[in-house]
Write a protein that binds this ligand. Structure first.
Ligand code: ADP
Ligand code: MG
Length: 229
């Protein structure tokens, strides 16, 4: 099922209009990057997609959406990796045994091996913490995954690993929505590129049309660095 957003508005209690009429269809099994400057409404949109906020006006038709927040470390809370990932399924009414199966499947899909199951999630590297938090979301059985600034603060290797895993999840049929204010890397994995500005969609493009543009901008930066040094 595609995810359909129609005339979506969201106004915070403070009176701040964060979204001003978004129309967007995200196809099932697609990989979308949503970008835009700070304050453009990306996180607000993410929260609406998972149902944490309700539209002020307009509608969202989406089911089974899971979210990984900007600081995924905040989504870890148990003393061992396996228990941490089991928390979601248990909360959704699965038995302990079923939850363990769900957790093992989810951990496998993000490349976390058995050797990590009994480790303290807070003592892992930042990249590993993010993968465990991601497994925790996947274990709940979501079919669409929203990731808010998932690569922030990761080094290039860890970032490539995360995007590789997301691409693999897409190949298994998941719908992936990556939110990033710095989309140059993510866009290489994407089918679709959305740019938000002031709570509106300013650009809705096929991702590969953006890659060359980012690449040439990057080359431009290098050229100007060489000139000034
Ligand atoms: P982004 O994720 O693109 O940086 P946000 O969705 O977080 O943007 O914010 C969009 C706008 O809504 C910003 O102007 C922000 O200050 C405002 N905003 C975000 N959260 C709240 C809140 N809880 N209360 C009031 N205003 C908010
Ligand atoms: Mg944000």
């Amino acid at each position: 099922m595609a995810l359909v957003i129609k005339n979506l508005h969201y106004t915070y209690k403070t009176g701040k209009k964060a979204l001003n009429g978004i129309n967007l269809t995200i196809e099932e099994g697609s990989f979308t990057v949503i970008s835009g400057p700070n304050g453009s409404g990306k996180t607000t949109l993410a929260k609406l997609l998972v149902g944490l906020l309700k539209p002020t006006e307009g509608s969202i038709d989406a089911k089974n959406v899971g979210i990984l927040f900007q600081v995924p470390e905040n989504q870890l809370f148990e003393t061992t990796v396996i228990e941490d990932v089991m928390f979601g399924p248990i909360n959704f009414g699965r038995t302990k045994e079923q939850a363990r199966e769900d957790a093992i499947k989810a951990l496998k899909s993000v490349g976390i091996t058995e050797a990590f199951y009994n480790r303290d999630p807070f003592r892992l590297s930042d990249g590993q913490k993010r993968l465990v938090a991601l497994a925790g979301v996947l274990a709940t059985g979501c079919t669409t995954l929203v990731l808010d600034e998932v690569a922030a603060g990761l080094d290039w290797n860890a970032e490539q690993r995360v995007f590789g895993i997301l691409k693999n999840l897409q190949s298994q049929g998941m719908t992936i929505i990556v939110i990033s204010h710095n989309p140059e890397h993510a866009v290489q994995y994407a089918d679709k590129y959305i740019y938000l500005k002031d709570g509106l969609i300013e650009e809705n493009a096929v991702a590969h049309t953006r890659i060359e543009d980012f690449a040439s901008r990057f080359t431009g930066q290098i050229a100007s660095l060489i000139q000034t040094s």
